[in-house]
Every structure is written in structure tokens, then in C-alpha cells.
Design a binder for this molecule. Structure first.
Ligand code: IMP
Length: 429
């Protein structure tokens, strides 16, 4: 009997609370794996009195005994990877023999990080993406340009050095104006990278095969996406996107399993919307409300600390996400953040200047910046939901809000998160 494979994807612009949902779902699985992205992600998980922010390792690593894998679709930052492993060990979390990295995954190298910074600062204000500065775009560019360096290359010291020197020289050609400090930083970071690469061998594995074997043995596997649908390289608000396929299709290519092996896709949406980095956010709040929601929801980037822009729930985007990911269910997070609001709104479609209306999420990002969302406003519940553990515990108006999300996205809600802690979750049967 084959095991069950579930993908967890973000359905907005990232920061939906996937870490929390994966942490909850990881309880019953054998393997938790990440399939794309790199240290740009910031998954915050609260366990007991501790808050752990993970950038590269899957959130499942906080569950003792789970095997945690990084697939070939991930770009691995060696320094941050080892830092994160050490950080977990220092907290007393035993990760020995539990972490594996695909031999086929590409490395984020020091020159990628520097290129990311240099490209951003030399771009005009309008062209700037607002990246996390973690070298993600340049690393995926190297991969697509067939000049990347993979985990498997790190095993051969001499060859690795050769590839690294060639990559550095090429990158230096694109950064002729580095100042002395940056040049020194780069040189030092390259030396550290060579040392760290030697330690990678014990983590390198065939991730696709491990996942296939686990499924064949009847085990459950959870595949964890980073960022969100609107940041997907193909389906997001291009060019204000990340450089990987965040959507569920990326889970198959990014793990090395066939799409027929995936049984369920859980889409995570925040009960409102946030965005960090540049690019349009159609349902953005006016400044006062934006500030208020940021405070209520603690909406500051887990990776960069940047303030996130906030807005109402966007059902046009969520409906689009349901389609491009083939969602089988939704997890709605941070419902409790709306507890004090007298009214809550949902954007049901987008109004366009010529008077027409758009129900589908547009491909043209500049037109997205011009739309005027049409809102449906519902009464708030003005009650504490953080203690709710079943649907019946939720106030009637909160249930009505969730029902409307379900109708508009045509996707059943399976999980509702009402706080940061593991147990603050409602499972909808
Ligand atoms: P990059 O992934 O660092 O290249 O950044 C590209 C865009 O994706 C920027 O708008 C970032 O703010 C955004 N981004 C990248 N990772 C995350 C994330 O984990 N959460 C939210 N936004 C992200």
C-alpha cells in the first residue's frame, strides 16, 4: 500500500504561516521536505515558550525523529545551513542522521549574495524587486544558465575549488565596482565556503529516491513550499517574484518524484493579506489601518525584519491559487488577528477603470497595480478566538467569514489557526 504525500503551499505573497501548519501536520509523517527556495524563507514556529525561525530546514525538524530533506529544487546556502543546524543543536534538538540534502541541489555561493545586493542597489527605484538579499535570483540564474555548482560537486575538493574560482571570476566581471571591503568580504566568504563544502558529504542524499521509498513503504510524506503563489516565477506578479516555482507543480520537479505521487495539496492563506518587497498589493489598507494590522499581526519579515504591507483578504488571488495549485483544502491562519475589528472585508473581484470587472488574476502586473478591488463587508466578531479548538467554539460571525472564503475560493477549509502555538488550531472534519 502506497503512503500519502501532501504538499503545503502558500497562496498569497508568502508569510502565510506555512511553518505553523507544517509543524502541526508533521506530527503524523515520516519525512518533511522542502522543494524550492533557499534562505530567503523565514518559517516561524512557536513550541512551548520558544520561538524558532527556520530559513532553510523544513519546519518538521522540530519534531523528534522526523527525517527532514531539502530537495533538488532548493538552493542551499552552506553558511546558513550549518549555522541553522548548529543553532538547533544548541537548543538541545537532536538532528543527527535526520537531515539530508539532495545531491542535485544547487549552492548559493558568496558571489550570488553579493550580486543580489549589487543588482538591487544599482537598479532604479521602480525596477527594484525588494529581494531578501540572500542571493536567490543569481543562484537560480546560474542553475538555468548551466554554470551552477551542485551539492554533488562539493564532494570533490579540487573540482569544487576549480568551479568556485571560475564562478567567482565570472561574477566579478558583472561587478567591476566592488569596494575594498566587499572584495575582502567575498574572498573571506569563499574560503569559508571551501571549508564548509567538505562537511556536506554526510548530508548529501538522493532525496527523490528517499521519498519514493518512504511512500512505497506506506509512510506519509509532507512537502513544504516556501514563499507563496503570487511570488511564483511563472504564476506570480512577475517580475516582482522570487526565482523558483513556489506552486504545487514545483513540488514534483523540486523533489524528484512524479506528480502522480502527490495525493493532496493544502493551500495556506492568512485571514487577511500581506506582502513584503516591491510590487502591487491590490487590497492594501490605507496607512492608518495598515499600521494597525501590522501591529496586531506582528507583520515584520522573519528574514529581513522589513515591515509587511497589509490588506484585506483577496479572494481573486486565493481563487487563482486554488486553481494553479490544484488545492484539495485550505488552511486559514491568523484568524485571531481580526478578533477586535468591527467589520471585515473580502475582495471578491477587481474593478477596472473602464467600468468592467475582472474575476481572474491578471497576467499583466502593471494592470494589477491599477485595479480597484470590489469588497464585500461582513460584521466582525469582536470576540477572542484564540481558545477555539473546534468550529463550534468560533463566534457565528467568524464562521460566516470563513464560509464566505470557502465559497469564493471553492475550496474546503480544513484547518484554522487561531494563535502562534502548536495547539492553537481548529481541525475541520
Ligand atoms: P528573493 O526571493 O530574495 O529573490 O526576493 C524576491 C521577492 O520575494 C521579494 O519581494 C521578497 O520580499 C519576496 N520573498 C522572498 N522570500 C520571501 C518569504 O519567505 N516571504 C515573503 N516574501 C518573500
Amino acid at each position: 500500500m502506497s503512503g500519502r504525500c501532501t504538499v503545503v503551499v502558500g497562496c498569497q505573497w508568502g508569510d502565510e504561516g506555512k511553518g505553523k501548519i507544517v509543524d502541526v501536520l508533521a506530527e503524523d509523517v515520516e519525512i518533511v521536505a522542502r522543494y524550492q527556495g533557499g534562505a530567503n524563507a523565514g518559517h516561524t514556529v512557536h513550541v512551548a515558550d520558544e520561538t524558532v525561525v527556520l530559513h532553510q530546514l523544513p519546519s518538521g525538524v522540530l519534531h523528534p525523529g522526523k527525517r527532514c530533506l531539502l530537495g533538488n529544487g532548493v538552493v542551499l546556502d552552506l553558511a546558513r545551513f550549518f549555522e541553522e543546524c548548529e543553532g538547533l543543536r544548541a537548543r538541545g534538538i537532536d538532528i543527527s542522521g535526520r537531515v539530508g540534502v539532495s545531491e542535485r541541489a544547487h549552492l548559493v555561493l558568496p558571489y550570488h549574495r553579493l550580486l543580489d545586493r549589487v543588482l538591487e542597489r544599482s537598479a532604479s527605484e521602480k525596477k527594484r524587486i525588494g529581494t531578501t538579499g540572500r542571493g536567490i535570483g543569481p543562484a537560480y540564474e546560474s542553475k538555468a544558465g548551466r554554470r551552477g555548482i551542485r551539492v554533488v560537486d562539493a564532494a570533490n575538493g579540487a573540482r569544487f575549488r576549480e568551479l568556485l574560482d571560475a564562478g567567482t571570476e565570472r561574477a566579478r566581471g558583472s561587478m567591476p565596482n566592488l569596494d575594498a571591503e566587499e572584495a575582502r568580504e567575498l574572498k573571506d566568504a569563499l574560503e569559508v565556503t571551501v571549508d564548509l563544502a567538505e562537511r556536506l558529504a554526510e548530508y548529501a542524499t538522493d532525496v527523490g529516491m528517499e521519498v519514493a521509498d518512504a511512500l512505497a513503504a506506506g509512510h506519509e510524506v509532507l512537502l513544504e513550499g516556501a514563499q507563496g503563489t503570487a511570488l511564483d516565477l511563472d504564476h506570480g506578479t512577475y517580475p516582482y517574484v522570487t526565482s523558483s516555482n513556489t506552486t504545487a507543480g514545483g513540488a514534483a520537479t523540486g523533489m524528484g518524484i512524479g506528480p502522480t505521487k502527490i495525493d493532496a495539496v493544502v493551500g495556506v492563506v492568512k485571514a487577511y493579506t500581506t506582502r513584503v518587497g516591491n510590487g502591487p498589493l491590490p487590497t492594501a489598507f490605507p496607512p492608518d489601518m495598515d499600521e494597525r494590522m501590522r501591529e496586531l499581526g506582528g507583520e515584520f519579515g522573519a528574514t529581513t525584519g522589513r515591515p509587511r504591507r497589509c490588506g484585506w483578504f483577496d479572494a481573486v488571488l486565493a481563487r487563482y491559487a486554488a486553481r494553479v495549485n490544484g488545492l484539495t483544502g485550505l488552511a486559514v491562519t491568523k484568524l485571531d488577528v481580526l478578533d477586535t475589528l468591527p467589520e471585515v472585508s473580502i475582495a471578491t473581484d477587481y474593478g477596472v477603470r473602464d467600468g468592467s470587472c475582472m474575476r481572474a488574476f491578471p497576467a499583466d502586473t502593471s494592470s494589477l497595480a491599477m485595479v480597484e478591488p470590489r469588497y464585500e463587508t461582513l460584521p466582525g466578531w469582536e470576540a477572542d478566538t484564540s481558545e477555539a479548538r473546534s468550529l463550534a467554539d468560533l463566534p457565528r460571525n467568524a464562521r460566516a467569514y470563513l464560509d464566505r472564503i470557502e465559497e469564493l475560493t471553492e475550496t474546503p477549509i480544513q484547518w484554522i489557526s487561531v494563535g502562534t502555538h502548536r495547539d492553537q488550531i481548529v481541525r475541520v472534519d
